[in-house]
Design a protein around this ligand. Sequence first.
Ligand SMILES: NC(=O)c1ccc[n+]([C@@H]2O[C@H](COP(=O)([O-])OP(=O)(O)OC[C@H]3O[C@@H](n4cnc5c(N)ncnc54)[C@H](O)[C@@H]3O)[C@@H](O)[C@H]2O)c1
Length: 253
Amino acid sequence: MRFQDRGVLVTGGGSGIGQQVCYAAAEDGARVAVADLDLERAEATAAEIRRRKGEAHAFQIDVAAPLSVTDCVSAAATTLGRLDVLVNSAGVREIVSVLDLSFEEWNRVLTINLTGTFLVSQAFARHLVAAEKAGQIVNLASTLGLMAAPNRAAYTASKHGVVGLTKQMALELGAKGIRVNAVAPGVVRTPLTERYFQDPEYSQMIRDIHAVGRWAEPREIANAILFLADEANSFITGTVMPIDGGWTSGKRM
Ligand SMILES: NC(=O)c1ccc[n+]([C@@H]2O[C@H](COP(=O)([O-])OP(=O)(O)OC[C@H]3O[C@@H](n4cnc5c(N)ncnc54)[C@H](O)[C@@H]3O)[C@@H](O)[C@H]2O)c1
């Protein structure tokens, strides 16, 4: 098993992509720290892993609050006995035109998606450096970290920021044995996007933007995340891997 006895910390682990990362890592032998703002959802994910005979513990974290972040990283390290992998999956998004986007909403999205990714990654990297250990970070960027789409200015800016942060941290931490990569998913069916699927026209538009003619299931993104975290792929760092069913490969004429 690829992650046998490895300590894997997942923010946003109570839902969607993060939850599937927790399940997949546990199936691959990891000890999992499921961290989420919503402790009940984190506990439910951890309980499901234990029901399947895996090892998991739930933690509350607000990725936008520095003290909550350092408390969670140190509690996860103590409880799991070791930390090897961090997956930054906590995230939010607005749907509002750039003209109507408020200062508060801009700040909320930037603070959770970009500052949150920075804070948790920094705390995790400091822990590894102090322990003189190698490790891996995988960030959740998005196709909107590579291009834009209507009514998502804060989200698009935050995910472009995550792409930059991924490259920066890979550059600064590579010599310390810490690899930092990101995935850039297309549309994935999760609680974040569920409202898209209530409208048949919008659902069809989502099918049409992906070359494969469908949206992704969260497990397909989790599998790519664990590929990047796997030590078998030890020369991959600073990359942003589109997992987008061909969305960014080109525009239909
Ligand atoms: N679903 C998609 O189509 C899609 C596409 C590209 C990228 N992404 C990215 O993937 C990540 C996961 O998205 P998802 O679709 O699984 O969303 P989701 O809403 O299902 O899960 C996000 C989780 O993050 C948690 N969270 C929110 N704010 C938090 C905070 N301040 N601190 C800690 N946890 C917090 C939520 O409680 C929730 O459990 C996000 O970063 C998202 O931007 C999603």
